[in-house]
Ligand binder design. Sequence first.
Ligand code: BG6
Length: 492
Amino acid sequence: ESKGHISVVLVGATGDLAKKYLWQGFFHLYANQVSSGHSFSFYGAALAGPEDGTPSMFQTLKGLTCLSGVTPDRCALLKDQFLKLSQYRQLKSAENYTVLDNEIEKLLKDEGLQEAGRLFYLSVPPFAYADIAKNINSTCRPMAGAWLRVVFEKPFGHDYEAAKKLAKELGMYFQEEEMYRVDHYLGKQAVAHILPFRHDNREFLDPIWNQHHVERVEIVLKETVSAKGRTSFYEKYGVIRDMMQNHLTEILLFVGMETPLTINSSKEVLQNKLRVFESLRKLDKESAVIGQYQNYSAEVTDELQETKGFKTLTPTFAGVLVHIDNLQWDGVPFILTSGKVLDERAGYVRILFKNGAFCLQSENGRKSENSQCKLKQIIFYVGHGDLKFPAILVSKNLFKPLMPALSWKEVTEYPDISLFGQPLSDYYIYSPVIETEAYTLLISHIFQAKHESFITTENLLASWSFWTPLLNSLANEYPRLYPGGAENKNLL
Ligand code: BG6
């Protein structure tokens, strides 16, 4: 990639996501790239005028932190440089975009810089996309030869038709390769490493990653929070749209897809991901259970009264049984579960291998204590729940894997807990050398144009076309209501 100047424009620069993660991610990007030969300018943009936007944005910037491993002196210097390169701009009218474009061009000219690209990160609600997209396309495209990347945050529609409409609209302004749709779970290190791990260890894994050796696959994202503060959104979505159509589906693809020949080819990875959709068995009502714990309605009741004034029947919990009907996965259940206000926060995908299957059954009602009865499993642990850090766990009785990647290390000291019936000493455990937030990883992947870490239009529509019939068939079903929440495990 040619070196040159990169302009980053963060639209929604004073919003929650920007404050919490995005500025931090751009700062890490800058810190990692500062000696790469690229130069940068960062524009934070929002609807507010400079008098309101500027102080609020700089308050966030002043609180930025460096990744572990950076000395305090170095960190202070980097932060100082980053602050100097960052400015607030109001982006409200079409004219504002013209002013911004002129400003970027003037900077390039005055400093004699070659333009490498422009990155627009849209951290705004989807109803605002079309207008912003139109302005970027008509006014803010970079010079010939430089790239344009435009990043969008979900939700991307609430069913197949809506997603298609939105995709069509954006397609009027941008080429497919200019768009990056974020699913932040693809930036969680354990999830981002499913494929590299499979690929690096393919000699061991390929022979057993199939129906002959896999008993079942569990994909679980349990939360303890409700939807407090965002009820008006969540009430329209519910758990299947909010979590399953995107996060859990993407994890399913990484486990179910054929190992690509090379993981450095976005194209091949994306193609293999898409191919999984072709083999997914159609879902019907029998494939799913939906529920709601009363703690959910108890927590959001104030907001519901304000907005609607009636009792909520939104499913906040779902368990869905998915099958990939191809030769590799014939008969293997993929069990997807997710919910809010549950007993614990935990996220993982767990691949259970056969011949440890009898361990799940109890003898005369008691679990066998037989030492041979050890589950063989590989777990990609997102990093909540008992094990706080992201990790890849491999049963020692399965095999000694290769290292997942250079940026992961073997963990030898760990909490005294057991996971899925095995003490931690029964696993090889790997964790990232540096733990990063999902957004930091994703922003670096945007910079590297790693499209496989984002949701392409085809992927998005294929996913919605898989989920929409189920959503339609459940539209008039009431979720089962369960008492309590935190203390409840009965659905899982
Ligand atoms: C979001 C959902 O995509 O993911 C939220 O809209 C959910 O409802 C969140 O709480 C969970 O993400 P994380 O990173 O907190 O596990």
